[in-house]
Design a protein around this ligand. Sequence first.
Ligand SMILES: Cc1ncc(COP(=O)(O)O)c(C=O)c1O
Length: 463
Amino acid sequence: MTSHGSNQTRHWQALDAAHHVHPFSDTAALNKEGVRVITHGEGVYLWDSEGKKIIDGMSGLWCVQVGYGRRELADAGYEALKTLPYYNHFFKTSNPWTIELAAKLATLLPDGHDHVLFANSGSEANDSALKLIRYYWNLKGRPEKKIHLSRDYAYHGVTMAAASLSGLTPMHPQWDLPLPGFAKVPAPYWYGAKEAGYGDIGSDEFGHLIAKKLEERILEIGPDRVASFSAEPIQGAGGLIFPPATYWAEVQRICARHDVLLHIDEVITGFGRTGECFGSQTYGIAPDVMTMAKGLSSGYQPISAISLGARMSDTILNANEELVHGYTYSGHPVACAVALKNLEVIERDGLVPRVKSEIGPYLLRRLKETFDGHPIVGEVRAQGLLAAIELVRDKAERKFFPDPGNIGTHCRNYCFADGLVSRAIRDTMVLAPPLTISESEIEEIIAKLKSAIDRTAKDLGRA
Ligand SMILES: Cc1ncc(COP(=O)(O)O)c(C=O)c1O
């Protein structure tokens, strides 16, 4: 493995500081510190320009399902690049890779989802989904159905519409969002229920209660005005919020009762992350429209897709007019070629059943054995290869630390220093490793995380 050494690193840091504005970062503060330059990856590991080896407990941004350095995916992209580096789908044309990817997805998607549109990111997919929802209701002669509901703590991306849909409030003030026509309902965050004033309520009861809040909101706005409810099967960037067992069935009954379209955002939960191909399958959800990205290509190429259930596709595809929507790069041949190969690898290597019955249960068991009795760990929860370790002030009372985010960031910094990428969301430590991770690599992650959490507890005087 090559390392570039300090001079090269300083050169890159200086250029980065001079010319590159970072996403979700205070660039000025970052420039003082200097960025870490990641130079290559292999399996579940990354290396920086100083030669430091890092274990990636987050699959990049929850996306590298098959791990880094997969030659087959690179070759598939290279073949497409040499053969047809670009063409579009606007002018009565298509290409073999896009056609085959659309057909492949139709075999994996929930029943009735036989049609997909392509885009380039999760945000674009969600933006497109909202446009398609609006169009559907216009075609149905119900143009007054325009309000989009979503949840507190939701993350659906950063375009004007996707950010409006998101329920992470710090995402809004800089841009005067949300746009009109967006409304929120509570998240089914059972661990936080006590602190949020719901009392000592059981998880099943809480699931019903929070679903009912959706119905109350629909009735308050008026079902005739509510177009859709958007939700991730498991809320990811909002803190890995797993729905209580009762939640999704009740939500679906409510959406059906009030004729509200169900938009499921599978950007994180798609392609094996939860132990099924889609989180919708894990939770028995039948979406009207579904969005996916990340794991579709394992992040090797930017690509996303929107799938339409029968109800929406029957109406939209029989409108007898042009669908006035699409991107220059929708269904890009290189991205589709890489995605196809990625899906082939996931299937061939049996990664989804592996997550469901082997490595997912192993991760949960080992996290529980390690952290259940820890003085500052309130809850360990996981589904497939999505895991959360909630750091708390008071375990018995399920009380969080004041100033949410401080302790989590403190612990995350210890992880980084030790060569582990974990993410802190508020004070919840989150893991979402590649689906290929081995038991011994999980042990390495757990050992590093334990050391970071132990040191955090010691700094708090709680060791
Ligand atoms: C559930 C969910 N939806 C949408 C997005 C946005 O995707 P992108 O960053 O590709 O625009 C993300 C990104 O993390 C996500 O987690």
